[in-house]
Design a protein around this ligand. Structure first.
Ligand code: DGJ
Length: 693
């Protein structure tokens, strides 16, 4: 007997099939199947042959491959008795439930284990969320638990995963498939700049806009493990879970984080749109769902630790004139924090800098019409702090550990630590008109520990429950903690500490494979970029920030009249467009010119779009190559306009039509030929708006 299960969302079909009482295999995952496909026949059709030098049957590549079934690769579960004795699980079907998604329960009566695999499909976002839970009838030690294990296509030559560094997040790495394992294991205890937990498997020939692709994201902030393995028989499996061994204590229940998976028949963009929509519309909970994203001002790169009330008030007055709507007071307001060596965990307003508390500053900011946000780094402690002197036992890891940014990490698994942090943060939120927290995390853990991540999530949940209107940004030296796990508790990410627009252009482009505009903070930095030393034109800086959730982070008093005018103009444009842009899909365009990084933001109803074509380098060829658009209606006509054509340099002396006004062209032309932009210097952005007729 074969049990079969089918999940459909209109774009993709996932079929699970289990022979007798065995764990199921994914018998099919891909483009939608006809409704009358016979699933038992389909399952039988995929059975592999056997020849010499093989076992007499091919072991199942099940949702949790088992050693007990001679699986010739990485197994989905490694578990031990508390004394270290290995357990060899052998699961048998127990029950199934289809209410609110598919849940399948398997039992290993001999070893006293139960395995539950769940799958939920979302027809709007076309995302499948799956998860594995292990129950034991006595405490056991977990070494490895994979979320439901998925096959990867064999008509695929490479896989794409994500690495990065401080100021260089979301670097895509392409690795050819070959026999054996591609392993990503993040043992740092924090998602990190280096380990965004995701994998994209494009089928042969797939591009941003065309072809088939499969994508995976593991929604966990404590470090993940990914196994992409090609078995000897050619089959390929993808496993995601917490980093191995990061559940330190024996327990009777272990759960993976949700694994988000999707199949696209419209290139990498199909996967990107599913992630963007799912994160924005399902994972994030918005304190005020129908309000526009406010323009931020953040004072970090203006004043650093040097907080002076008259200066901050003056800066706020400048910022509001540019269009800022929320003022975020960054690091330096608490303890005696004059540099980064001291005071973390002493969450008491610094009376030297703020003798009357934060009220005079907040009152000034609210009188200007802005709301107020405040920086915290709750999970951290400096040894030079009153809190450390009182509670050295609250620190995670050994006393002689290597510090990170001169700081240690609080043990978030301890209820006393969470209570202390809750009380300190809640007191400040209760006493002050604060609608936003920038929640920082500036070092990796001294050791991996899943309980740390769970403790942080619990603190975030408690604070959000008590202060449901306060928004929280996830920052970790920029983009060091970005994942759908932390985003269940937060609403914005500080994508990178790099405010260098040239670098940001690339980081934003690659991060858009997963992140929508509404959560992605992007600030206009100082004229002289503090992290790269580059000097960039204000238009370029402003337009790059306007691609995402716009903010400013320079000292606005440095702006000259031209810079002020440009920034005010671009901010006004962003405010006029943010309502539709914050629900738009970000589509990465194929650029025939590698010097150009381009995207198209397409409104949810597809009635309008904006194209950002950023020239990151000097082009190899002398004039721009046409830029093909995507996602349009072939037969429809579109008005298109180059809205910043006044930025054309006099060295652009030809007459491309976009330089002189609005044109009306078909979707077919725009997608098959593309738009012809004027020549420009490098480090410039062209912005083209389109509206369907
Ligand atoms: C690191 C963050 O990424 C910066 O934006 C800033 O908040 C500093 N920490 C403050 O110490």
């Amino acid at each position: 007997m074969t049990r079969t299960y089918r999940l459909d969302d209109g774009r993709q079909t996932l079929v699970l099939a289990a022979h007798a009482d065995r764990l199921p295999v994914v018998a099919y995952w891909g483009a939608r199947l006809p409704a009358d496909e016979d699933l038992a026949t389909l399952a039988a059709a995929g059975a592999l042959d056997v020849t010499g030098g093989m076992l007499d049957e091919n072991p199942d590549l099940s949702i949790c491959p088992e050693t007990s079934r001679s699986f010739p690769g990485q197994t989905g579960l490694i578990v031990q008795e508390t004394n270290g004795t290995p357990i060899t699980p052998h699961f048998r079907f127990e029950s199934e439930s289809v209410a609110g998604g598919l849940a399948l329960t398997y039992r290993d009566a001999v070893n006293g284990l139960s395995l539950i695999a769940s799958f939920a499909v979302d027809p709007q976002t076309q995302m499948i969320t799956c998860q594995t839970t292990l129950d034991a009838d006595r405490p056991v030690r977990l070494r490895w638990l994979a979320a439901p294990v998925m096959p990867a296509p064999q008509l695929s030559d490479e896989m794409i995963d994500v690495s990065g560094r401080w100021c260089g997040e979301f670097q895509l790495q392409r690795t050819p498939w070959s026999a054996g394992i591609r392993l990503r294991e993040n043992v740092t205890g924090r998602t990190g700049h280096e380990h965004f937990p995701a994998l994209i498997v494009p089928c042969r020939g797939a591009t941003n806009t065309m072809g088939e692709a499969y994508a995976f994201h593991y929604g966990w902030s404590g470090g993940h493990r990914m196994v992409a393995e090609e078995l000897i028989d050619g089959r390929r499996q993808i496993q995601f879970g917490h980093s191995a061994g990061s559940d330190l204590a024996p327990a009777t229940r272990f759960e993976t984080a949700p694994l988000y998976i999707t199949y696209s028949d419209s290139g990498l963009n199909g996967c990107a749109v599913s992630f963007q929509r799912h994160l924005r519309d399902r994972v994030v909970t918005w304190p005020k769902p129908n309000t526009p994203r406010p323009v931020h001002y953040n004072c970090w790169e203006a004043v650093y630790f040097d907080h002076k009330l008259p200066v901050l008030k003056d800066i706020a007055e400048h910022a509001v004139k540019l269009g800022a709507e929320r003022f975020v007071l960054d690091d330096g307001w608490f303890g005696v924090r004059d540099d980064d060596t001291t005071s973390l965990a002493d969450w008491v307003i610094d009376g030297r800098k703020y003798p009357d508390g934060l009220t005079p500053l907040i009152d000034h900011i609210t009188s200007l019409g802005m709301t107020f946000g405040l920086w915290f780094e709750p999970e951290m402690i400096n040894t030079d702090s009153d809190t450390y002197r009182a509670h050295p036992e609250w620190v995670l890891g050994p006393p002689d550990q290597i510090l990170g940014r001169q700081q240690m990490v609080l043990n978030m698994a301890l209820p006393a630590v969470r209570d202390y942090l809750y009380e300190r943060i809640a007191a400040i939120l209760a006493d002050n008109a604060i609608d936003y927290i920038k929640w920082d995390h500036n070092r990796v853990l001294p050791m991996q520990d899943a309980a740390q991540t769970r403790g942080t999530y619990a603190l975030l949940a408690r604070l959000r429950n008590a202060f449901p209107l306060v928004e929280i940004e996830s920052c970790a030296s920029g983009g060091g903690r970005i994942d759908f796990g932390i985003m269940q508790h937060t609403q914005r990410v500080w994508l990178s500490d790099s405010n260098d627009a040239k670098e940001r252009l690339r980081i934003q482009h690659d991060a858009a494979l997963f992140l929508p505009l509404s959560v992605t903070g992007s600030h206009v930095g100082p004229r002289h970029c503090h992290t790269s030393g580059r000097v960039l034109d204000i238009s370029f800086r402003a337009w790059v920030a306007a691609q995402r959730h716009l903010g400013f982070e320079m000292d606005p008093r440095e702006l000259d009249a031209h810079e002020t005018a440009v920034l005010t103009h671009v901010t006004a444009w962003w405010k006029a467009n943010r309502n539709w842009m914050q629900t738009a899909d970000i589509l990465r365009l194929e650029s025939a010119d590698p010097a150009v990084i381009a995207e198209q933001q397409l409104a949810a109803d597809k009635s309008r779009f904006v194209v950002f074509a950023g020239k990151a380098e000097t082009s190899a060829q002398i004039v721009p190559r046409p830029l093909r658009l995507t996602g349009l209606d072939q037969a429809a006509m579109y008005h298109i306009a180059l809205i910043n054509r006044d930025e054309a340099h006099h060295l652009s002396r030809g007459t491309p039509a976009l330089k002189s006004g609005v044109m009306t062209l078909s979707g077919a032309y725009l997608m098959r030929h593309g738009i012809t932009l004027p020549w420009s210097f490098p480090e410039r952005m062209w912005v083209v708006e389109g509206a369907k007729q």
